[in-house]
Design a protein around this ligand. Structure first.
Ligand code: NI
Length: 180
């Protein structure tokens, strides 16, 4: 199967602020998903949403290996988070916002319902890092970035760095928390 070589979009690109629309399970979907995995691995991320490669389809991929839970490597097509419980604060980074990391408050536990890239429905219960990744990627499908989840003061402290990032394009990432 040949997959398209997809290119990451960065903060400042208007496509990251648009809402993606539900996608049909078309014959090209599996190769698009494969291309998304390849793009994510090239960037050393653990999650990637379609708007991050300029496609406004409700699709994201994850390859998360949590410390105390099974690996989650799969595509989520037209995902809907049906349950959210608890709270968790942990550092997050985003492949589209290189160089910026911050603690973000998320639900600790979620239930998500989605299709796989062949159109088969599934339901996944997730905690911790997997739940965090699902929430981060679902936000991308709505044009929401993790920096939008910060308090006004936290966001203001990042303003200069974000303006530079939008003006100058990609910068090298630093830090060790996973990028999504
Ligand atoms: Ni992201």
């Amino acid at each position: 199967m040949t997959s398209p070589r997809l290119t990451l979009r960065y903060y400042g690109d208007p496509v990251l602020r648009q809402k993606a629309t539900p996608t049909e399970v078309t014959p090209d979907l599996a190769s698009f998903v494969q291309g998304m995995f390849e793009c994510m691995y090239r960037a050393e991320g653990i999650g990637l949403a379609a708007p991050q490669v300029g496609a406004l389809r409700r699709v994201f991929v994850l390859d998360v290996l949590p410390e105390a839970a099974p690996r989650v490597k799969r595509a989520f097509v037209n995902p809907v988070i049906t349950e959210r419980d608890g709270t968790s604060v942990a550092e997050e980074g985003c492949l589209s916002i290189p160089g910026i990391r911050h603690d973000v408050k998320r639900a600790e536990h979620v239930v998500v319902e989605a299709l796989d890239e062949m159109g088969a429905p599934f339901r996944l219960e997730a905690d911790g890092l997997v739940a965090r990744a699902i929430q981060h990627e679902t936000d991308h499908l709505d044009g929401v970035l993790f920096i939008d989840r910060l308090s006004a003061i936290q966001r203001k402290l990042l303003d200069g760095k974000l303006k530079r990032l939008a003006a100058e394009g990609a910068v090298e990432s630093s830090g060790s928390s996973p990028s999504l």
